[in-house]
Design a protein around this ligand. Structure first.
Ligand code: NAP
Length: 250
């Protein structure tokens, strides 16, 4: 497990002229990451399933004076390989290159024992948390290879490393996502300058955390904003040469 180098403070233009796709950009950590990347100079492509939320983030970025973002509504639950290829074509036409990809969208599934875990929920969670990032990465890799310093960041979890009672498909999917990250990083190392890493945000004040722990006081938890130096670091050239690692945000 890695941590952000101590005393790291990203320059205000750390992501200048970079094009970065953020999945699940309408809410929680993804929303704050998209806004933070824009505040550091990036043009962000906001992917998510709820258009109204993406429009809200778009407006926030415009209001804060960031580079004009793009909105791409997509539901990872039903999206097919063709949908991801179409996205790649649109990005190629619009930007010609892609520097960053943050796999942030996630589905919590049920907090239930394996003995009674609904199979359709299991399939959905594995699809959104593992199959979709796989297909999206594969479709966008050629565009990312055009960048001098591409960065792919997956989103891990405390239950990825060791399964825990009642975390079901979510735990299995996060473990699989870390493994996918490591496999891809290993394949690209030496052959490409592209970096592939994971961030485990740890307990964070979002609606996903609130549905997992309804009795918890959210005010006791760090906010997504608190993790942003690490997110910017991994997207920026400051993290040059770092690949195949799982970072703990806390
Ligand atoms: P969140 O507030 O629930 O946000 C999740 C985002 O993913 C939402 O914007 C949601 O869209 C989007 N999403 C979910 N299913 C989708 C689908 N089928 N297609 C497209 N977008 C979809 O959760 P969060 O806490 O910010 O979580 C962000 C990431 O951090 C997740 O990968 C999560 O597993 C991970 N994480 C969170 C914590 C924590 O304590 N919060 C801890 C460890 C890891 P809608 O807004 O439209 O629903």
């Amino acid at each position: 497990m890695m941590k952000l180098p101590s005393n790291y403070h990203p320059a205000s233009d750390a992501l200048k002229d970079k094009i970065i796709v953020v999945t699940g950009a309408g809410d929680g950590i993804g929303r704050v990451a998209a806004k933070t990347f824009a505040a550091h100079g990036a043009t962000v492509v906001l992917l998510g399933r709820t258009t109204a939320k993406l429009e809200h983030v778009y407006d926030e970025i415009e209001r804060e004076g960031g580079p004009q973002p793009a909105i791409y509504p997509i539901n990872l639950e039903g999206a097919t390989e063709k949908d991801y290829r179409d996205l790649s074509d649109v990005l190629l036409q619009e930007f010609g290159v892609l520097h960053g990809l943050l796999h942030n969208a996630g589905d919590l599934g049920e907090r239930t024992p394996i003995a009674s875990y609904a199979a359709d929920t299991w399939m959905r969670v594995m699809h959104i948390n593992v199959n979709a990032p796989f297909m999206l990465t594969q479709a966008l890799l050629p565009l990312m290879e055009k960048a001098e310093q591409g960065s792919i960041v997956f989103t891990s979890s405390g239950v990825a490393n060791k399964g825990r009672a009642f975390w079901g498909a979510y735990a299995a999917s996060k473990s699989a996502q870390d493994n996918l990250m490591q496999t891809l990083a290993d394949e690209l190392e030496g052959a490409s300058s592209m970096r592939v890493n994971s961030i485990n945000p740890g307990a964070t004040r979002t609606s996903m955390r609130a549905s997992a722990y309804p009795a918890e006081d959210p005010k006791t938890l760090p906010r997504p904003e608190d993790h942003m130096p690490l997110y910017v670091y991994l997207m920026s050239d400051d993290a040059k040469g770092i690949t195949g690692e799982i970072f703990n945000a806390q």
